[in-house]
Ligand binder design. Structure first.
Ligand code: FAD
Length: 310
Protein backbone atom coordinates (compact mmCIF):
# COMPACT_ATOMS: atom_id res chain seq x y z
CA UNK A 1 0.00 0.00 0.00
CA UNK A 2 1.08 3.57 -0.65
CA UNK A 3 1.13 6.33 1.93
CA UNK A 4 0.01 8.76 -0.78
CA UNK A 5 -1.63 7.64 -4.00
CA UNK A 6 -2.31 10.28 -6.62
CA UNK A 7 -4.92 9.72 -9.30
CA UNK A 8 -4.28 11.88 -12.38
CA UNK A 9 -0.97 12.90 -13.94
CA UNK A 10 -1.48 16.48 -15.10
CA UNK A 11 0.25 19.49 -13.50
CA UNK A 12 -1.68 18.98 -10.24
CA UNK A 13 -0.80 15.28 -9.97
CA UNK A 14 2.84 15.76 -10.96
CA UNK A 15 3.26 18.49 -8.39
CA UNK A 16 1.55 16.43 -5.68
CA UNK A 17 3.85 13.47 -6.48
CA UNK A 18 7.01 15.55 -6.12
CA UNK A 19 5.88 17.19 -2.88
CA UNK A 20 4.83 13.85 -1.37
CA UNK A 21 8.02 12.03 -2.43
CA UNK A 22 10.15 14.83 -0.99
CA UNK A 23 8.65 13.99 2.41
CA UNK A 24 10.15 10.52 2.09
CA UNK A 25 6.82 8.71 2.09
CA UNK A 26 5.84 5.99 -0.39
CA UNK A 27 4.14 7.67 -3.31
CA UNK A 28 2.32 6.35 -6.35
CA UNK A 29 0.68 8.11 -9.26
CA UNK A 30 -1.85 6.47 -11.57
CA UNK A 31 -2.90 8.37 -14.69
CA UNK A 32 -4.91 7.60 -17.74
CA UNK A 33 -2.52 9.80 -19.72
CA UNK A 34 0.44 11.43 -18.03
CA UNK A 35 0.53 15.15 -18.83
CA UNK A 36 -3.21 15.71 -18.98
CA UNK A 37 -4.52 18.72 -20.85
CA UNK A 38 -1.00 20.08 -21.19
CA UNK A 39 -0.33 17.34 -23.73
CA UNK A 40 -2.97 18.96 -25.99
CA UNK A 41 -1.62 22.47 -25.65
CA UNK A 42 0.49 24.36 -28.17
CA UNK A 43 2.19 27.47 -26.85
CA UNK A 44 2.25 28.18 -23.12
CA UNK A 45 3.23 31.72 -22.15
CA UNK A 46 1.92 32.04 -18.61
CA UNK A 47 3.95 29.55 -16.62
CA UNK A 48 5.88 31.99 -14.49
CA UNK A 49 9.66 32.00 -15.06
CA UNK A 50 9.20 30.12 -18.35
CA UNK A 51 8.41 32.83 -20.94
CA UNK A 52 7.51 30.29 -23.61
CA UNK A 53 7.13 26.54 -23.81
CA UNK A 54 5.01 23.99 -25.64
CA UNK A 55 2.68 21.35 -24.22
CA UNK A 56 4.62 18.20 -25.11
CA UNK A 57 7.85 19.83 -23.92
CA UNK A 58 6.32 20.73 -20.58
CA UNK A 59 4.89 17.20 -20.20
CA UNK A 60 8.36 15.71 -20.80
CA UNK A 61 9.86 18.10 -18.24
CA UNK A 62 7.17 17.27 -15.67
CA UNK A 63 7.73 13.56 -16.17
CA UNK A 64 11.50 13.89 -15.89
CA UNK A 65 11.06 15.95 -12.74
CA UNK A 66 8.79 13.31 -11.15
CA UNK A 67 11.22 10.54 -12.15
CA UNK A 68 13.99 12.21 -10.14
CA UNK A 69 12.12 10.97 -7.08
CA UNK A 70 11.10 7.58 -5.85
CA UNK A 71 7.58 7.68 -7.30
CA UNK A 72 5.77 4.66 -8.69
CA UNK A 73 4.36 5.96 -11.98
CA UNK A 74 1.47 3.90 -13.35
CA UNK A 75 0.67 5.45 -16.72
CA UNK A 76 -2.32 4.48 -18.89
CA UNK A 77 -4.30 3.39 -15.85
CA UNK A 78 -7.86 4.61 -15.55
CA UNK A 79 -9.48 4.70 -12.11
CA UNK A 80 -13.12 3.66 -12.08
CA UNK A 81 -14.15 3.37 -8.42
CA UNK A 82 -13.16 4.85 -5.07
CA UNK A 83 -13.75 2.76 -1.97
CA UNK A 84 -13.07 5.02 1.04
CA UNK A 85 -11.40 3.72 4.20
CA UNK A 86 -13.73 2.45 6.89
CA UNK A 87 -12.15 4.93 9.31
CA UNK A 88 -9.44 7.63 9.20
CA UNK A 89 -5.94 6.17 8.99
CA UNK A 90 -7.13 2.90 7.43
CA UNK A 91 -6.63 2.13 3.75
CA UNK A 92 -8.58 3.68 0.88
CA UNK A 93 -8.95 1.62 -2.27
CA UNK A 94 -9.07 2.67 -5.89
CA UNK A 95 -10.23 0.14 -8.44
CA UNK A 96 -8.71 0.47 -11.89
CA UNK A 97 -10.37 -0.30 -15.19
CA UNK A 98 -7.96 -3.22 -15.68
CA UNK A 99 -9.43 -4.88 -12.56
CA UNK A 100 -6.50 -4.19 -10.21
CA UNK A 101 -7.04 -2.41 -6.90
CA UNK A 102 -4.57 0.10 -5.45
CA UNK A 103 -4.50 0.82 -1.71
CA UNK A 104 -3.29 3.90 0.11
CA UNK A 105 -3.54 5.65 3.47
CA UNK A 106 -4.20 8.95 1.74
CA UNK A 107 -5.27 9.95 -1.75
CA UNK A 108 -4.88 13.02 -3.93
CA UNK A 109 -7.51 13.13 -6.66
CA UNK A 110 -6.39 15.24 -9.61
CA UNK A 111 -8.25 13.90 -12.61
CA UNK A 112 -8.63 17.31 -14.25
CA UNK A 113 -11.28 18.38 -16.68
CA UNK A 114 -12.08 18.67 -20.36
CA UNK A 115 -13.58 21.54 -22.34
CA UNK A 116 -17.06 20.87 -23.70
CA UNK A 117 -16.86 20.95 -27.47
CA UNK A 118 -19.51 22.13 -29.93
CA UNK A 119 -19.08 19.10 -32.13
CA UNK A 120 -19.34 21.03 -35.40
CA UNK A 121 -17.25 20.55 -38.55
CA UNK A 122 -13.95 22.42 -38.38
CA UNK A 123 -13.76 22.52 -34.58
CA UNK A 124 -11.37 19.59 -34.24
CA UNK A 125 -9.54 20.35 -37.47
CA UNK A 126 -8.69 23.91 -36.45
CA UNK A 127 -8.12 23.26 -32.74
CA UNK A 128 -5.09 25.38 -31.74
CA UNK A 129 -5.19 26.88 -35.26
CA UNK A 130 -7.75 29.50 -34.38
CA UNK A 131 -10.12 27.40 -32.29
CA UNK A 132 -9.32 28.04 -28.63
CA UNK A 133 -10.85 27.26 -25.28
CA UNK A 134 -8.88 29.35 -22.81
CA UNK A 135 -8.97 33.16 -23.07
CA UNK A 136 -6.34 33.60 -20.30
CA UNK A 137 -3.99 31.38 -22.28
CA UNK A 138 -4.62 32.22 -25.91
CA UNK A 139 -6.22 35.68 -25.86
CA UNK A 140 -2.95 37.55 -26.51
CA UNK A 141 -2.35 35.43 -29.64
CA UNK A 142 -5.30 37.25 -31.26
CA UNK A 143 -4.16 40.80 -30.53
CA UNK A 144 -5.93 43.21 -32.88
CA UNK A 145 -7.77 40.39 -34.69
CA UNK A 146 -11.44 39.43 -34.99
CA UNK A 147 -12.72 36.64 -32.78
CA UNK A 148 -16.01 35.02 -31.79
CA UNK A 149 -16.92 33.73 -28.36
CA UNK A 150 -19.40 30.87 -28.38
CA UNK A 151 -21.61 30.83 -25.28
CA UNK A 152 -23.33 33.56 -23.30
CA UNK A 153 -23.05 32.10 -19.82
CA UNK A 154 -20.74 33.62 -17.20
CA UNK A 155 -17.58 32.14 -18.69
CA UNK A 156 -18.48 33.22 -22.25
CA UNK A 157 -19.36 36.77 -21.27
CA UNK A 158 -16.29 37.08 -19.02
CA UNK A 159 -14.17 35.80 -21.91
CA UNK A 160 -15.74 38.32 -24.30
CA UNK A 161 -15.09 41.22 -21.90
CA UNK A 162 -11.52 40.04 -21.36
CA UNK A 163 -10.87 39.57 -25.09
CA UNK A 164 -12.44 42.90 -26.05
CA UNK A 165 -9.51 44.60 -24.31
CA UNK A 166 -6.97 42.69 -26.41
CA UNK A 167 -8.42 41.79 -29.79
CA UNK A 168 -9.85 44.06 -32.49
CA UNK A 169 -13.45 42.85 -32.46
CA UNK A 170 -15.50 40.26 -30.57
CA UNK A 171 -18.74 38.63 -31.71
CA UNK A 172 -20.49 36.75 -28.92
CA UNK A 173 -22.88 34.04 -30.10
CA UNK A 174 -25.46 32.70 -27.65
CA UNK A 175 -27.62 29.71 -28.59
CA UNK A 176 -30.61 30.77 -26.47
CA UNK A 177 -32.85 33.80 -26.93
CA UNK A 178 -30.98 35.55 -24.09
CA UNK A 179 -27.54 35.38 -22.54
CA UNK A 180 -27.44 33.51 -19.23
CA UNK A 181 -24.58 35.41 -17.59
CA UNK A 182 -25.08 37.57 -14.47
CA UNK A 183 -26.72 40.88 -15.34
CA UNK A 184 -23.72 42.91 -14.18
CA UNK A 185 -21.50 41.08 -16.69
CA UNK A 186 -24.04 41.48 -19.50
CA UNK A 187 -24.25 45.20 -18.79
CA UNK A 188 -20.49 45.54 -18.91
CA UNK A 189 -20.38 43.61 -22.18
CA UNK A 190 -23.07 45.77 -23.79
CA UNK A 191 -21.09 48.90 -22.88
CA UNK A 192 -18.09 47.81 -24.96
CA UNK A 193 -17.81 49.36 -28.41
CA UNK A 194 -15.97 46.56 -30.20
CA UNK A 195 -18.44 43.82 -29.23
CA UNK A 196 -21.43 42.50 -31.13
CA UNK A 197 -23.89 40.16 -29.44
CA UNK A 198 -25.89 37.61 -31.42
CA UNK A 199 -28.60 35.66 -29.62
CA UNK A 200 -30.54 32.64 -30.95
CA UNK A 201 -27.44 31.77 -32.95
CA UNK A 202 -26.42 28.20 -33.59
CA UNK A 203 -22.86 27.79 -34.81
CA UNK A 204 -22.87 25.15 -37.54
CA UNK A 205 -19.32 25.16 -38.88
CA UNK A 206 -15.89 26.66 -38.37
CA UNK A 207 -14.34 27.48 -41.71
CA UNK A 208 -10.71 27.95 -42.63
CA UNK A 209 -8.06 27.99 -45.27
CA UNK A 210 -4.32 27.27 -45.33
CA UNK A 211 -4.69 25.41 -42.03
CA UNK A 212 -6.12 28.40 -40.13
CA UNK A 213 -9.57 29.58 -39.11
CA UNK A 214 -11.04 32.23 -41.42
CA UNK A 215 -14.63 32.37 -40.21
CA UNK A 216 -17.69 30.59 -38.95
CA UNK A 217 -21.19 29.82 -40.13
CA UNK A 218 -24.22 30.10 -37.92
CA UNK A 219 -27.97 29.75 -38.25
CA UNK A 220 -30.31 32.38 -36.88
CA UNK A 221 -32.63 30.08 -34.95
CA UNK A 222 -35.53 32.58 -35.22
CA UNK A 223 -35.50 33.19 -38.97
CA UNK A 224 -33.70 30.02 -40.03
CA UNK A 225 -31.29 32.10 -42.11
CA UNK A 226 -27.66 31.07 -42.52
CA UNK A 227 -24.88 33.60 -41.93
CA UNK A 228 -21.12 33.68 -42.34
CA UNK A 229 -18.74 35.81 -40.25
CA UNK A 230 -15.11 36.35 -41.27
CA UNK A 231 -12.71 36.16 -38.34
CA UNK A 232 -9.43 34.68 -37.15
CA UNK A 233 -10.33 33.08 -33.84
CA UNK A 234 -13.16 31.21 -32.11
CA UNK A 235 -13.24 30.81 -28.33
CA UNK A 236 -15.58 27.99 -27.30
CA UNK A 237 -17.00 28.72 -23.85
CA UNK A 238 -19.80 26.24 -23.36
CA UNK A 239 -18.49 24.60 -20.21
CA UNK A 240 -15.59 22.80 -18.56
CA UNK A 241 -16.50 19.26 -17.57
CA UNK A 242 -14.60 17.78 -14.59
CA UNK A 243 -13.41 14.17 -14.98
CA UNK A 244 -15.22 13.08 -11.84
CA UNK A 245 -17.95 10.80 -13.18
CA UNK A 246 -16.16 7.88 -11.50
CA UNK A 247 -16.50 9.53 -8.06
CA UNK A 248 -20.24 10.20 -8.13
CA UNK A 249 -21.93 9.00 -4.96
CA UNK A 250 -18.65 8.38 -3.10
CA UNK A 251 -17.44 11.93 -2.52
CA UNK A 252 -19.14 15.31 -2.32
CA UNK A 253 -19.31 17.05 -5.70
CA UNK A 254 -20.64 20.51 -6.59
CA UNK A 255 -23.65 20.92 -8.88
CA UNK A 256 -21.13 21.20 -11.74
CA UNK A 257 -19.51 17.89 -10.79
CA UNK A 258 -16.38 19.45 -9.25
CA UNK A 259 -14.87 17.82 -6.16
CA UNK A 260 -15.63 20.18 -3.28
CA UNK A 261 -12.41 21.16 -1.51
CA UNK A 262 -11.58 23.61 1.25
CA UNK A 263 -8.47 25.80 1.36
CA UNK A 264 -6.43 22.81 2.57
CA UNK A 265 -7.63 20.66 -0.34
CA UNK A 266 -9.61 18.42 2.00
CA UNK A 267 -12.63 16.66 0.49
CA UNK A 268 -15.69 15.23 2.24
CA UNK A 269 -13.68 12.06 3.07
CA UNK A 270 -10.91 12.25 5.73
CA UNK A 271 -7.55 11.39 4.16
CA UNK A 272 -8.78 12.06 0.62
CA UNK A 273 -7.54 15.31 -0.89
CA UNK A 274 -8.09 16.81 -4.32
CA UNK A 275 -6.38 19.38 -6.52
CA UNK A 276 -6.58 21.20 -9.83
CA UNK A 277 -9.23 21.45 -12.53
CA UNK A 278 -11.27 18.56 -11.08
CA UNK A 279 -12.06 20.64 -7.98
CA UNK A 280 -14.03 23.72 -6.99
CA UNK A 281 -10.87 25.85 -6.96
CA UNK A 282 -11.59 28.94 -9.06
CA UNK A 283 -9.58 29.63 -12.24
CA UNK A 284 -8.30 26.59 -14.07
CA UNK A 285 -4.65 27.11 -15.03
CA UNK A 286 -1.34 25.23 -15.02
CA UNK A 287 0.30 27.33 -12.28
CA UNK A 288 -2.81 27.10 -10.16
CA UNK A 289 -3.01 23.31 -10.57
CA UNK A 290 0.66 22.97 -9.67
CA UNK A 291 0.15 25.07 -6.55
CA UNK A 292 -2.97 23.14 -5.59
CA UNK A 293 -1.23 19.79 -6.13
CA UNK A 294 1.58 20.76 -3.79
CA UNK A 295 -0.93 21.97 -1.17
CA UNK A 296 -2.87 18.71 -1.41
CA UNK A 297 0.32 16.66 -0.91
CA UNK A 298 1.33 18.73 2.12
CA UNK A 299 -2.15 18.29 3.57
CA UNK A 300 -1.93 14.54 2.95
CA UNK A 301 1.41 14.46 4.77
CA UNK A 302 -0.10 16.39 7.66
CA UNK A 303 -2.99 13.92 7.77
CA UNK A 304 -0.59 10.95 7.81
CA UNK A 305 1.48 12.20 10.75
CA UNK A 306 -1.69 12.82 12.74
CA UNK A 307 -3.43 9.56 11.86
CA UNK A 308 -0.68 7.00 12.03
CA UNK A 309 -2.23 3.74 13.20
CA UNK A 310 1.05 1.83 13.48
P1 FAD B 1 -5.38 17.78 -16.26
O1 FAD B 1 -4.30 18.48 -16.96
O2 FAD B 1 -6.72 17.71 -16.90
O3 FAD B 1 -4.87 16.30 -15.96
C1 FAD B 1 -5.74 15.30 -15.50
C2 FAD B 1 -5.02 13.98 -15.37
O4 FAD B 1 -5.92 13.00 -14.85
C3 FAD B 1 -4.53 13.39 -16.69
O5 FAD B 1 -3.34 12.67 -16.47
C4 FAD B 1 -5.67 12.44 -17.07
O6 FAD B 1 -5.27 11.41 -17.98
C5 FAD B 1 -5.98 11.88 -15.71
N1 FAD B 1 -7.30 11.24 -15.54
C6 FAD B 1 -8.53 11.71 -15.84
N2 FAD B 1 -9.48 10.83 -15.48
C7 FAD B 1 -8.82 9.77 -14.91
C8 FAD B 1 -9.23 8.54 -14.31
N3 FAD B 1 -10.51 8.18 -14.19
N4 FAD B 1 -8.26 7.70 -13.84
C9 FAD B 1 -6.93 8.02 -13.93
N5 FAD B 1 -6.50 9.17 -14.48
C10 FAD B 1 -7.43 10.03 -14.95
N6 FAD B 1 -3.37 26.64 -18.73
C11 FAD B 1 -2.37 27.55 -18.59
O7 FAD B 1 -2.02 27.90 -17.47
N7 FAD B 1 -1.76 28.08 -19.70
C12 FAD B 1 -2.07 27.72 -20.97
O8 FAD B 1 -1.51 28.24 -21.94
C13 FAD B 1 -3.10 26.74 -21.15
N8 FAD B 1 -3.50 26.37 -22.39
C14 FAD B 1 -4.44 25.38 -22.51
C15 FAD B 1 -4.75 24.95 -23.81
C16 FAD B 1 -5.63 23.91 -23.99
C17 FAD B 1 -5.94 23.43 -25.39
C18 FAD B 1 -6.26 23.30 -22.84
C19 FAD B 1 -7.23 22.15 -23.03
C20 FAD B 1 -5.98 23.76 -21.57
C21 FAD B 1 -5.07 24.81 -21.39
N9 FAD B 1 -4.74 25.29 -20.12
C22 FAD B 1 -3.73 26.21 -19.98
C23 FAD B 1 -5.38 24.76 -18.90
C24 FAD B 1 -4.46 23.75 -18.19
O9 FAD B 1 -4.03 22.81 -19.14
C25 FAD B 1 -5.19 23.08 -17.04
O10 FAD B 1 -5.63 24.05 -16.12
C26 FAD B 1 -4.30 22.09 -16.30
O11 FAD B 1 -3.75 21.12 -17.18
C27 FAD B 1 -5.06 21.37 -15.21
O12 FAD B 1 -4.21 20.47 -14.58
P2 FAD B 1 -4.80 19.23 -13.77
O13 FAD B 1 -3.60 18.46 -13.33
O14 FAD B 1 -5.75 19.71 -12.74
O15 FAD B 1 -5.67 18.39 -14.81
Amino acid sequence: AFEVLIIGGGPAGASAAIYAARKGISTGIAAERFGGQVADTMGIENLISVPYTEGPKLVAAMEQNVKEYDVDIMNMQRAEKLIPASRPGMLHQVRLENGATLKARSLVLSTGARWRQMGVPGEEEYRNKGVAYCPHCDGPLFKGKRVAVIGGGNSGVEAAIDLAGIVGHVTLIEFGAEMRADEVLQKKLRSLKNVEIITSGQTTEITGENGKVNGLNYTDRKSGEQHHISLEGVFVQIGLVPNTEWLKGDIELSQHGEIIVNDRNETSIPGVFAAGDATTVPYKQIVISMGEGSKAALSAFDFLIRNSVD
